[in-house]
Design a protein around this ligand. Structure first.
Ligand code: ADP
Length: 283
């Protein structure tokens, strides 16, 4: 059971002067319990692809295929509802998602929509808040009056409350400080450990390399490379992608290697440091 995308092409405003090819023949596959990152510079097609994964966008005839746990995404298909239930999409900015006057109503919306009985809603909502590390004291608060980090957690809780098999997050670290980013990654790793599939859309290669089982790198709507973090590091250190920065530590490792030092191509500071120390001690 997986999410499978085959030869997906998306064109905004086709046959007009505004025509933009946002995705061109993109393929991917990911499973429950796996973390896939979709990485690329602004405008590379990441958000467009994310919207296909929960059937916010649906492939037109001849423009490729998207299937989720064997539900096929087709215009007008009755399976679109099942796809939207199976894959939860967390938008880039919580403000795009939040609408209710209280946290309770916000987080209760999706499970109510998917048929959870009123008498069970409170427990479901409290459970979702617990999963994102927020206490019950938030239930009566106005989501729009919370801090940026709290809003983001509420947006995530409101998706988790529907218990989706996959979580797709569009640039979820935008605007978070270093601690906020670390906390979010930890939270998502714990969701992955519970068996959820994580699809993480980002321009932050370092987080992708650290947390992912596999990574798809996009540029101009096309796949540049796809594979495990090791493969991505090899590919990007040989052929940099415009606008996609290598982590500083990795860039240093590449420079050392180009200078004739035998060091691992790593983005892990400690690993690189230990390898340099070992070399220096030997010489
Ligand atoms: P990313 O998420 O990587 O920034 P997007 O998927 O948002 O990339 O955009 C891919 C391309 O499609 C860009 O050239 C962007 O300008 C264009 N695009 C995105 N959304 C629309 C839209 N609603 N209408 C027209 N063009 C769009």
């Amino acid at each position: 059971m997986s999410i499978i995308v085959k030869n997906l092409t998306h064109i905004y405003h086709p046959s007009t002067p505004l025509e933009t090819v946002a995705l061109k023949d993109v393929n991917l596959r990911t499973e429950k319990g796996q973390w896939l990152s979709i990485v690329g510079h602004t405008g590379s097609g990441k958000s467009t692809l994310a919207q296909y994964l929960n059937a916010l966008l649906v492939p037109e005839a001849g423009r490729g295929e998207v299937s989720v746990e064997n539900y096929l995404s087709r215009p007008g298909s009755s399976q679109l509802r099942s796809i939207r239930h199976t894959v939860g999409l967390v938008f880039q900015y919580p403000e795009q998602q939040l609408f209710a006057e209280t946290v309770f109503e916000e987080v209760a919306f999706a499970p109510r929509n998917w048929g959870v009985a009123e008498k069970d809603l409170e427990e479901v909502v409290k459970g979702a808040l617990r999963e994102v590390g927020l206490s019950e004291s938030f239930l009566d608060r106005n989501p729009f009056q919370l801090s940026g980090g709290e809003k983001r957690r509420i947006a995530l809780a409101s998706v988790l409350a529907a218990n989706p098999a996959y979580l797709v997050l569009d640039e979820p670290t935008a605007g978070l400080d270093a601690t906020g980013r670390k906390d979010l990654v930890k939270l998502l790793l714990s969701q992955k450990a519970k068996g959820r599939g994580i699809v993480f859309v980002t321009h932050d290669l370092e987080i992708a390399l650290t947390a992912s089982d596999s990574i798809l790198v996009l540029e101009g709507g096309k796949e540049v490379v796809q594979g495990d973090p090791e493969k991505i590091v090899q590919a990007l250190s040989q052929n940099p992608v415009r606008g996609l920065c290598l982590p500083d530590v990795l860039e240093l490792a590449v420079l050392l290697e180009q200078g004739g030092w035998k060091v691992p191509l790593t983005w892990n500071q400690r690993k690189l440091f230990q390898s340099i120390v070992k070399r220096v001690r030997k010489s």
